[in-house]
Write a protein that binds this ligand. Structure first.
Ligand code: F6P
Length: 532
């Protein structure tokens, strides 16, 4: 029997068990199903698993050559096969500084050089010694980028807001909707604003449109030469940066072995370094590096990213959960679900295997979430009593950075209560014992048996944050390997971009003939009638 068949057969066993019974029958369940890394604890005992499930999942990981694949990534092999690229976000945080070769060239010297360039520049902005065109210090930093060139820096800025320089305000403009840039510029003074144009390709329509609008605004107020003091770029495309009019000295490079959604650790994190300082940024890299080493060197049975990945894969592929909730009980992490949507869904939202054949199993789930406790008062109803199986990750720091009265105790009580409620449910007998009226019992019954992980760590620090994000990156990697898909391309975003390019001139000129389907033609006509 193949490992796949063994797992399929095993789902019948699991589907007949209830988590409540598993806990009642085995007092050691938590001891068996939790894993530690630094000050992180991942409790995965409230999943629909037994010891046999885990053994089978580890067998699946071995069968998928996971260890070799992990090594191949860290060694800079070209594992992004459709784009013939290495995948080396781990090199960006390689604090041990061991050489890493791509095409026989050690990438570490260049990585360290850009880090140093970021260091010097961020120090100048933070200390007020980087002066704008009229001699004033910078007070507002605007990152213009989209996708990985926006979500990482923005989410990290919020996550580490506690450590942010108080003299600086940060803005993140991503949407091509003119409201985004207009409302941001309304809050800024051209004399004291710095724009960071972040784009790996420097061709992305939304980013270039926003960058041009920002430049026009600046030049209208301060004249054309002001760009030199108010615009810097982060990109892999030196030519396009020069053409835009940004001094190459004010360009921070990164490389095609860094995927957009994995680029927070590169110069794409420049706004974050300005916000939290060089030491804070390095501490974040160290946290990620420690998670990298744990991932690379720890046997799968104690390996946090591997276990998180296997549990997710079990839920998605074998228990047929189509979605997955990420529920941070930390206001600073409110944007984590948005960030993870790109990380997970752009990486593993694939239906073709690396060998070009279609998969015949489910791959990446639909990811959503919100900060606890807010989600409890909106969509948790469906997680508790709806018809869908929605595994959840609860994430919480044990100490708050803002200990205020008993707020944090209340927050923690809620996070622990939610996973207990999902696991145990509430039976009709328990309701009767509480005196609930018989006609209300069906409505008040909770089936329970709903899986969740709980991830606790001591406190939100740059280091803990780095470890947390690296944990999820590696989780996504492991799942991609086992699903045999390429987690590092994103061709699925291209078609819409191409069609939008074709439609744009049609929207702006009503004499252009329309040759789309009847719906698309009519929508364009409707818009033209109102706008032109
Ligand atoms: O649209 C998808 C995408 O290519 C993402 O993968 C990427 O993070 C984003 O666009 C932005 O790309 P760039 O950094 O090249 O502007």
């Amino acid at each position: 029997m193949t490992i796949y068949d063994k797992l399929l057969t095993h789902t019948d066993v699991i589907n007949n068990l209830h988590l409540r019974t598993l806990f009642e029958e085995d007092e050691q369940r938590f001891n068996k199903f939790h894993v530690l890394f630094n000050d992180f604890v991942l409790d995965y005992s409230k999943n629909k698993i037994t010891e046999e499930t885990m053994e089978l999942l580890f067998e699946l990981a071995n069968f998928s050559n996971l260890k070799d694949e992990i090594d191949a990534m860290f060694e800079g092999k070209k594992i992004n096969t459709t784009e013939n690229r290495a995948v080396l976000h781990t090199a960006l945080r390689n604090r041990s500084n061991t050489p890493i070769y791509v095409d026989e060239k050690d990438v570490m010297p260049e990585i360290n050089q850009v880090l140093e360039q970021m260091h010097l520049f961020s120090d100048k902005v933070r200390s007020g010694s980087w002066l704008g065109a009229t001699g004033k210090a910078i007070t507002n930093v605007v990152n213009i980028g989209i996708g990985g060139s926006d979500l990482g820096p923005q989410m990290a800025h919020d996550a580490l807001y506690h450590y942010k320089a108080k003299n600086l305000t940060f803005h993140f403009v991503s949407n091509v909707d003119g409201t985004d840039i207009t409302e941001t510029l309304n809050k800024c003074d051209p004399e004291t604003t710095l724009f960071i144009i972040s784009s790996k390709t420097f061709t992305t329509q939304e980013t270039m449109a926003n960058a041009q609008t920002a430049r026009n605004w600046l030049c209208t107020h301060l004249g054309d030469t002001a760009t030199q003091k108010h615009f810097v770029a982060v990109s892999t495309n030196t030519e396009a940066v020069k053409e835009f009019g940004i001094n190459p000295e004010n360009m921070f490079v990164f490389w095609d072995f860094v995927g957009g959604r994995y680029s927070l650790w590169s110069a794409i994190g420049l706004s974050l370094m300005i916000a939290i300082g060089y030491e804070g940024f390095i501490s974040m890299l160290e946290g990620a590096h420690e998670m990298d080493m744990h991932f690379k060197n720890t046997p799968f049975e104690q390996n946090m990213p591997v276990i998180l990945a296997l549990i997710g894969l079990w839920n998605t592929t074998y228990l047929k959960a189509e979605s997955y909730a990420v529920l941070p009980y930390d206001q600073y992490l409110a944007k984590l679900p948005l960030y993870l949507q790109q990380l997970d869904m752009e990486s593993n939202g694939k239906s073709v295997k690396k060998n070009g054949k279609n998969v015949d199993y489910s791959t990446g789930p639909i990811l959503f979430g919100a900060a606890g406790t807010n989600g409890q008062h909106s969509f948790y109803q469906l997680i508790h009593q709806g018809t869908h199986l929605i595994p959840a990750d609860f994430i919480a720091p044990i100490h708050s950075l803002n200990e205020t009265g008993t707020h944090h105790d209340m927050l923690l009580a809620n996070v622990v209560a939610q996973s207990e409620a999902l696991m145990k449910g509430k039976t009709p007998d328990e309701l009767r014992a509480e005196g609930v009226a018989e006609e209300l019992i069906p409505f008040k019954t909770f089936e329970g048996n709903r899986p969740s992980n709980t991830l606790l760590f001591n406190k939100m620090t740059p280091k803990a944050f780095g470890s947390l994000i690296a944990l999820y990156e590696h989780k996504v990697f492991v799942q991609g390997i086992i699903w045999r898909i390429n987690s590092f391309d994103q061709f699925g975003v291209e078609l819409g971009k191409q069609l939008a390019k074709a439609i744009l001139p049609e929207l702006m000129d009503k004499t252009k003939e329309l040759t789309h389907d009847s719906s698309t033609n009519s929508l364009i006509e409707k818009i033209r009638t109102i706008r032109l």
